[in-house]
Design a binder for this molecule. Structure first.
Ligand code: 1GP
Length: 246
């Protein structure tokens, strides 16, 4: 199954975000993979705001060597590519007005991406204020949408859909103090037929369950697992009980 189909196929799937700048060595990566497999993680996302191409290549190749969990590029710039990944989120940062993140990076890597023959998923990337300045807001030089203003967030999501994006990613930014409001996801899904990814500041099983109930297809967790890899064991127990309940 291709990656977009897999994303669309269910709600409450989990992605583990790996920022290659924070991956210590191969042993560390292998331990992460083993625990992620035990926790039935659905995807690895790889990317970061200031990661080099070499760092991306090293982590993607390492993952492909040690696991069959799909690896999806979540790039912070046009050079965060690896032909070994299974898919690329071709992010359009439509909550911002910085032309580099609307089309500039895309133009600079276009030929290379085409030649890679990889699944490319056009994605509306929408930043929502998460209570602090995040790296993604700083590096992209864009202003996130105010958290309480769901009307702007919804209109932005609908605009992305009308522009032909295949996926909507609401992100409060890595390390956000507050995650995206869950009701934004259910409200958007009532209006348009789009798969939704949500991330930024998700640090508990309760939040994961709330986002699943709201209809999020993929819930992304980065920081919490960087700080405490054993959170994957809590996820494993959650997965067992939630599968039993389904
Ligand atoms: C950030 O959505 C991701 O782009 C994940 O955020 O690191 O806060 O989990 P966290």
């Amino acid at each position: 199954m291709d990656i977009l189909n897999k994303i669309q196929s269910n709600t409450g799937q989990l992605a583990l975000l790996i920022d290659p700048e924070k991956t210590k060595n191969e042993e560390h990566l292998i331990e992460l993979v083993r625990k992620a497999e035990f926790a039935l993680i659905d995807f690895f996302f790889v990317g970061g705001s200031t990661v080099t191409r070499k760092e991306i290549e090293t982590v993607v190749s390492g993952l492909k060597k040690h696991t069959s969990i799909p690896v999806v590029l979540f790039p912070g710039s046009g050079n965060q590519l690896s032909e070994h990944a299974d898919a690329l989120l071709f992010l359009n940062l439509i909550s911002g007005r910085n032309p580099d993140f609307l089309s500039g990076h895309h133009v600079s890597c276009a030929e290379e991406v085409l030649e890679m023959n990889m699944e490319v998923i056009p994605t509306s990337y929408i930043l929502i204020d998460g209570g602090k300045m995040t790296s993604v807001a700083y590096v992209s030089q864009t202003t996130p949408i105010p958290r309480e203003n769901s009307s702007i967030s919804l209109k932005t999501g609908i605009a992305g859909y009308l522009m032909g994006q295949k996926l909507t990613y609401f992100d409060a930014g890595s390390g956000a103090l507050q995650s995206v409001p869950e009701k934004l996801i259910s409200e958007l899904k009532q209006k348009i037929d789009t798969p939704v990814i949500v991330g930024g500041g998700i640090r508990s099983i309760e939040q994961i369950e709330q986002f699943k109930q709201a209809g999020a297809n993929v819930i992304v967790i980065g920081n919490k697992i960087e700080e405490n890899m054993d959170f994957l064991l809590d996820i494993a127990s959650y997965q067992k009980t939630s599968f039993r309940a389904d």
